[in-house]
Design a protein around this ligand. Sequence first.
Ligand SMILES: Nc1ncnc2c1ncn2[C@@H]1O[C@H](COP(=O)(O)OP(=O)(O)O)[C@@H](O)[C@H]1O
Ligand SMILES: [Mg+2]
Length: 231
Amino acid sequence: MTNALMSAQNLQKSFGLTEALRGIDIDIYPGEVVAVMGPSGSGKSTLLHCLAGVLSPDSGEVIFDGQPISAMKERDRARLRLTQFGFVFQFGQLLPDVSAADNVTMPLLLAGVKRKTALVMASEWLNRFGVGTKADKLPTQLSGGEAQRVAVARAMVTKPKILFADEPTGSLDSLAGEQVLTAMLEQVRAVGTTVVLITHDPRAAAYADREVIVRDGQLSPSYRTGAKVAE
Ligand SMILES: Nc1ncnc2c1ncn2[C@@H]1O[C@H](COP(=O)(O)OP(=O)(O)O)[C@@H](O)[C@H]1O
Ligand SMILES: [Mg+2]
C-alpha cells in the first residue's frame, strides 16, 4: 500500500496521565471520504489534530504526500496546513466582524492571492454552497446552517488536498445538518478532495466511503462501505 495520500503509523499522544491515542495506524487514500466515529473522549479530535500537524504525536509518524510531517519546520507545517489542508469545526470558526465573503477570502489572502481574484473565488464557492446571496452578511446574520456552509466554502476555496472536518454538523438540527453535509460531500466529490470526517451521526457516516471507529485511543476493526481503496 504505497499510494496513500496520508499515512500514520503508531500514533501515540498523552495529555498528562490521559492516553488519548494509544497506537493508531491509518492510511488515507486520494479522493476517499473517511468517517471517523466513536464515543466522546475516545480520541477522535486528537487523531485529527495529529494527522493535520496541529498537534505533534508523542511517538509515531504522519506521512503526507511522501513527507514526514514531524520532520518539517513549524513554518513549513503552517504553510502545509494553509495550502494543502482545509478545516471545518463544529462552530465558532468564522471571524465575527467580517462578512461571509471576507471570511472566505481570508485563507486565499494569507496564501498570497490578490484580493480581486480572492473575491471572485470566494463568490464562486459561496454560490457552490448555496449562500451566494449572503456574501455581505456578518456571521451573526446567518443561520447556523448558512454559517457552516460559509465555513465549508472557506475550507474548500484553497482546493485543499485533504479536508479535515470535526463534527461539522454537530451544532445543527438534523435537517440543516443533513443539508450542509450533502452540499459538502457533493462539492468534495466534484473536486476530488480527500476527507476525514469526524461524526457522531450514523447517517453522516453513511455518506462516507468507509468508517473507522476510535475506542479508547485505538482503532477498532472497521468495516468498509464500498471504499475506493487501491490494493
Ligand atoms: N488539550 C488537552 N488537554 C488535556 N486532555 C485532553 C486534551 N485534549 C484531549 N484531551 C483528553 O484526551 C481524550 C481524547 O479527547 P478527544 O480527542 O478530544 O476525544 P473525542 O474527540 O473523541 O471526543 C479525552 O480524555 C480528553 O479529555
Ligand atoms: Mg472531539
